[in-house]
Design a protein around this ligand. Sequence first.
Ligand SMILES: [Zn+2]
Length: 184
Amino acid sequence: MYVATGSSPVLTGVPYRPQDVYVFYKLHLHVGNRLRRGSEHELDGFKFDGEIHLIHYNQKYGSFDNAVTKLDGLVVIGVFLQFQRFYRFLLLGADWKKEAFYDPRQLLPLQKDFLVYQGSLTTPPCSESVRHIVMRYPINISSQNLQALRQLPNNEGSPISQYTNVRPLQGRLYRRVDTNFPCF
Ligand SMILES: [Zn+2]
């Protein structure tokens, strides 16, 4: 759960890390250039139109840079984005430039079902330091929102959707995936 502490909300009660406090660091976004090809995670074999990552570092390491190499260093909450034809939503492209100031609580779906596993960063150095929490239900966005998000610049200044920024799906391997909802 999120606890507000002044300007930066912190996350407590993380599965397997009940004693630790994770500080919200920033968010970023994954989108593709085709529908249903924008999320990094797949759920029951299906991808979504995009995926927001809310990145947190373990407070005991003091900073993201110190935490990134530690097994219990990071928590990433993944929220799927799903295009809905008639949906109007307030997510505007311009707001994403202020990413460090975004309140992550506004971006969670109403239903709090999630899946959780220990994995890696999806961008280099791909450290195995991330507890991924993947929200089961997407948040809906309009076609204008989706277009605006696809046009956001990547680090080289090109629109994200030109090359996309979705890591190829990785094997589950030995990873145990838990859920907070009944799953058979
Ligand atoms: Zn990401």
